[in-house]
Ligand binder design. Structure first.
Ligand code: MG
Length: 257
């Protein structure tokens, strides 16, 4: 008498073995008759980057501040360095090198001793290309205008959420910035864009900037070259910084058929 495989009568182990065999056979038959899709693009192999410790710097990063020296910054000698961090005072500092599209990591801490309020409390700022300010402010239980609080693109876009730690605690910004593109007449071909994680929390999601960030006038683009310096603002408050590194965003090479 002919016996037909009845899966419902199998033990769980027998069922799993049979199901596995059926699946394997199906995949084998399928791959024998179906062509694999290939784009035809010849991609260069992505370079190997050692990611380094949590918080970086990865092996291809340029370390802008390692806790010991601000030699890569104009006016760096005017900030105090101690215990592996730098304290803002007297003036802003500006990198001697210029950068375009980049990934930037900055750790900062507002003063532990709270004084002032609103924009007067733990104010500093990170200027991409010397023009586009990502706000640094003690926004922990400290109200100000929303497009001027910590992790805002100053006067253009508030952070998606307030992910601030308490004053005195170290915080991290991880920034992905794409520089604007201009044509030969200075017209904007593509605006700058910025994505920011604050303490691992997404606070800016590919926001397209409206131009330079100003206090006294609306944002506007002024044509500039493909690179510019990183500037850290001094706004009257002793904000601390440490572990600052930057990576140029690599271009993937490819050949198309
Ligand atoms: Mg500021």
């Amino acid at each position: 008498m002919r016996r037909v495989l009845n899966m419902s009568r199998l033990s769980p182990v027998q069922f799993l073995v049979c199901a596995g065999l059926l699946l394997g056979t199906t995949i084998a038959v399928r791959s024998a008759f179906v062509d694999e899709y290939k784009s035809g693009i010849l991609w260069a192999e992505p370079k190997v980057v050692a990611p380094g410790p949590i918080g970086g710097p990865p092996s291809d990063a340029i370390v802008l501040f390692d806790g010991k020296s601000l030699a890569k910054w104009e006016n760096g000698e005017r900030w105090e360095i101690k215990d592996g961090y730098a304290v803002s005072r007297e003036t802003g500092i500006t990198t001697k090198d210029a950068f375009g599209d980049c990934q930037l990591h900055v750790e900062w801490a507002a003063p532990a001793e709270v004084s002032g309020e609103g924009q007067g409390r733990g104010n500093s700022g990170i200027y991409l290309m010397g023009r586009y300010e990502l706000q640094v402010l003690d926004s922990y239980e400290n109200k100000t205008y929303f497009d001027g609080q910590a992790a805002s693109v100053y006067k253009q876009h508030p952070p998606l959420v307030n992910a601030c730690r308490k004053p005195g605690e170290w915080q991290a910004y991880d920034v992905i910035f794409t520089a604007p593109r201009f044509d030969s007449t200075g017209k904007v071909l593509k605006p700058a864009s910025i994505t920011v994680l604050q303490n691992g929390v997404l606070v800016q999601n590919h926001f397209e900037l409206l131009g330079g960030t100003f206090y006294e006038r609306p944002p506007a683009y002024e044509p500039h070259g493909p690179t510019g310096p990183i500037h850290l603002q001094f706004h009257g408050n002793p904000v601390r910084f440490r572990n600052i590194w930057i990576r140029a965003i690599p271009e993937l090479e490819s050949k198309r058929p």
